[in-house]
Design a protein around this ligand. Structure first.
Ligand SMILES: [Zn+2]
Length: 401
């Protein structure tokens, strides 16, 4: 695993370096088009733009991302069984601390992980995931997400997303200036140096068109490869590949798009949030095909990286797991038997969670009736509609049965 992380970091470094060169290259060329000789200034502007984006990301990236997705931190009381699973998988993965847990109120089953460091990481799951998956399946998904945190995929994806956004922003500025100013055209028709100017203009246009596309394709290529590795890690942490396989199958048959998704966050989810079945080997795919992922997990002979590698070679003819990881693997643990437990949260619990997000208070009367009090309820008390007991609505902390 550690060798794999190192190999991943090397690959990430080259990718990030490649995207950075693309970014400053865009800055240089675009500036040359509008003011010949101003290339170095454009380069500085591009670097400054990246620095600002990185600062924003470091300061607020996580909260912006979570807010955009409508995620809220889940208190332990609301779903203790989910916290048990997260802690179990933290131990199995060897992460120093358990990630924070966030809930997105969305019936579409999905999940993602985020965080620059394992110590500051978190996993977010949708209410649809909690109500649809049984315990083994949910454990498989959580283990997959912890696999991403352990591989440092979460940090890498955020960094790549920031670079991608910077390249896209520079290209956007270039197009706007070209459309409104057209100074490049005037200069190129001027005497002398006209031809050199045309060449620079051509390069700039090519960069403006293919820069953002190229950056996006690099981003997707890395996220596809990392999905396989996180799947293999899930099988190893849980010793039960069928858990994740069953989860992916449920997600695929549900085939429901999420309501609100930030575009740059797409590759971070366990399956494509808008088109769960969309995945493939094409360069435009953010995720590998879901049926192939299920097939590999189900073909595993034991719960090791070796078994994943063998299954993947049989099904795809190639592997995503580095030779170092396979060489360093000491044991080949047997696959455990199923735990056979239902969902950790019922659809009813999940609905109560949705009400809580909307500012409703849930009060459970002694007679067993659960009441949902809207935030606009005007009186300080409410009577139970069954037994007539009065309950104070005021500052009463919400309890969810
Ligand atoms: Zn994933």
């Amino acid at each position: 695993m550690w060798e794999q992380i190192r190999a991943n970091q090397r690959r990430s470094f080259f990718l990030i370096a490649g995207m950075s060169i693309l970014l400053v290259g865009c800055g240089f060329t675009f500036a040359e088009v509008f003011a010949p000789g101003a290339g170095p200034i454009g380069l500085l502007i591009a670097a400054g733009l990246l620095a600002i984006q990185l600062l924003i990301y470091a300061a607020a990236g996580q909260s912006v991302l979570l807010q955009g997705l409508g995620a809220r931190e889940l208190p332990r009381e609301e779903c203790p069984r989910l916290f048990n699973i997260v802690e179990e998988m933290q131990l199995a993965s060897g992460l120093p601390v358990a990630p924070k847990v966030y809930l997105i109120d969305d019936p579409a089953p999905n999940a993602f992980a985020f965080g620059r460091k394992p110590e500051q990481s978190g996993v977010a799951v949708t209410s649809g995931l909690l109500s649809r998956l049984n315990r083994d399946q949910l454990q498989g998904v959580i283990a997959h997400e912890l696999g991403h945190i352990k591989n440092r995929d979460t940090r890498f994806l955020m960094l790549a997303a920031v670079l991608l956004a910077s390249v896209a922003l520079l290209s956007e500025i270039f197009w706007r200036m070209l459309r409104s100013g057209g100074r490049a055209g005037r200069r190129s028709s001027a005497r002398g140096g006209g031809q050199a100017m045309l060449i620079i203009l051509a390069i700039a246009i090519l960069l403006a068109i293919f820069g953002p596309i190229g950056a996006r394709l690099l981003y997707f290529a890395c996220s596809r490869k990392r999905e396989y590795l996180a799947d293999a890690a899930s099988a190893q942490f849980t010793r039960y590949p069928e858990g994740l396989a069953g989860a992916l199958e449920t997600i695929a048959t549900t085939n429901q798009p999420m309501a609100r998704v930030n575009k740059t966050a797409l590759p971070m989810f366990i399956v494509h949030p808008l088109r769960p079945l969309r995945g493939g080997h094409s360069i435009f795919a953010t995720h590998p095909p879901i049926d192939e992922r299920i097939g590999i997990l189900r073909a595993m002979g034991n719960a090791s990286f070796h078994a994943y590698d063998t299954a993947m070679r049989q099904l795809r003819g190639r592997s995503a797991i580095g030779a170092h990881t396979l060489g360093a693997e000491q044991t080949q643990p047997e696959i455990r038997s199923a735990a056979a437990e239902g969902p950790v949260m019922t659809a009813h619990d999940a609905a109560l969670g949705t009400y809580a997000t909307a500012g409703y208070r849930a009060i459970t009367c002694g007679c067993g009736i659960a009441m949902k009090i809207p935030p606009t309820y005007p009186k300080p008390t409410i009577r139970c509609m069954r037994c007539g007991t009065a309950h104070s609505v005021g500052r009463r902390p919400r309890t969810i049965s």
